[in-house]
Design a protein around this ligand. Structure first.
Ligand code: CTP
Length: 399
């Protein structure tokens, strides 16, 4: 694919170097078109050496090749990273005062803008209006990440990680490795009511499931997120089905799984629920109550046993601690066999790991209990490792 990488004049221009490398390593031809201001942050020799192509900023350079028309016309994709407030303003108003803005006017291919600037500039009504104009015109404008900015302050305005930019770019041109795939992810923890104010619950926040849904979306999938009592917001661009109890979760999963290529059960489903739900609040004045429990369905085992198509891939999670009988992995292996999932992501939850933490440590087992991947890091990183394992299996099956 022929990519034009526009680089505007912001401090995040240095991160576009990593983006250029990723695009080149993925086998794409990249023509870098920096603005004059961008060259004050990263010089032309860096862009030329890493892209293997000439670098110019001005429409009066390379005039005999009519570069401002040629570059835009031959591109399959334009990515502008960082897109500064000034670049967004010039693009929104159709200015053509340098090679990058002229290229944007000529290009008919998909365009991805990746803004990075100080929070106040991003939230200024002028920038908000310019972004809205560009989006109305079909330009994809990513939201910047929230976090530490150039100075000591923080807020929305950071350039997203180069991997996330590449994923968004590939999705824009229908080349994500989950493009065209339908994926269902359950996340969170079920709550089983005892009376109108009390429930049996668990410590799951839904972070790992939300990270899986986000990563699948980034890789091009159509995603349904079955959300049980999430403590974190669901990602954009996915369909959310809200549930509270295990039985509601089972119904939502069975319905969503009907047309899915991949089903991932991240939710912590209560194994038991109260046999009777008191219609009114149980009072302290009465005898100490005994709550009788009945078993909930094993949703993962049911989904794996009754797949709508033999090609559907079913992935389970297993939160495990080692004990005197078996290690974390042995417990995981037994569970993989019992539940008949194609992949089981074994999640260590001893020593404070797992619940409510930003990081996770997992081992991915196949149905035979073989280790196919391990990952340690942020829940987003873990999510991508899980999808890598899924994609490797999907590619063996029919599309
Ligand atoms: N799971 C499920 N339905 C249940 C319990 C668990 O679908 N009633 C799913 C979870 O979503 C997860 C996997 O099964 O993908 C393993 O969950 P886990 O709680 O580790 O397994 P349990 O079957 O509850 O086994 P145990 O608590 O005995 O370790």
């Amino acid at each position: 694919m022929r990519v034009v990488l526009g680089v505007a004049g912001g401090i995040a221009a240095y991160k576009a170097v990593a983006l250029l490398r990723l695009l080149r390593e993925a086998g794409h031809d990249v023509r870098v078109v920096p603005t004059a201001a961008a060259l004050r942050f990263v010089g032309a020799p860096t862009w030329a050496a890493l892209s293997g192509e000439p670098v110019s900023t001005d429409v009066f350079d390379d005039v005999e090749h009519v570069a401002h028309v040629e570059i835009g016309r031959t591109a399959d994709l334009v990515v502008v990273a960082p897109a500064t407030a000034d670049l967004l303003a010039r693009a929104a108003t159709g200015r053509a005062d340098d090679l990058l803005t002229a290229t944007l006017l000529v290009a008919t291919c998909p365009v991805l803008m990746v803004p990075a600037m100080h929070t106040q500039m991003w939230q200024h009504p002028a920038t908000v209006a310019n972004v809205a104009t560009l989006r109305d015109r079909g330009v994809q404008v990513l939201d910047p990440d929230d976090g530490r900015l150039t100075g000591t302050d923080s807020g929305p305005g950071r350039l997203p990680a180069p991997e996330a930019v590449v994923a968004a770019a590939l999705r824009l041109v229908g080349q994500g490795d989950l493009s065209g795939r339908r994926v269902v992810v359950s996340a969170g923890g079920t709550q089983e009511p005892i009376d109108p104010v009390r429930f049996l619950g668990n410590r799951s926040t839904g972070r790992q499931g939300v990270a899986l849904a986000r990563a699948a979306r980034e890789r091009g999938a159509d995603v349904v997120l079955v959300a049980a009592n999430l403590a974190v917001p669901p990602p954009g661009g996915v369909q959310v089905r809200t549930v509270a109890t295990a039985l509601e979760l089972r119904d939502a999963m069975v319905e969503a799984a009907a047309g899915a290529d991949v089903v991932v059960m991240t939710a912590a489903v209560a194994d038991f629920r109260p046999a009777h739900i008191a219609g009114t609040k149980i009072k302290k004045s009465t005898q100490v109550p005994t709550v009788e429990l009945v078993e909930n369905p094993d949703v993962l085992a049911e989904l794996a046993a009754h797949r709508p198509s033999p090609d559907q891939l079913v992935v389970g999670f297993a939160a495990e601690t080692g004990d005197q009988h078996a290690s974390v992995l042995d417990h995981g292996r037994a569970k993989a066999r019992r539940k008949r999932a194609d992949l089981l992501v074994v999640n260590r939850v001893d020593g404070g790991r797992g619940f409510g933490t930003p990081d996770n440590e997992v081992t991915v087992l196949d149905a035979a209990g073989q280790v196919v991947a391990t990952a340690e890091g942020s829940k987003d990183d873990v999510a991508h490792v899980v999808w890598d394992a899924v994609v490797a299996r999907l590619s063996d099956r029919t599309r």
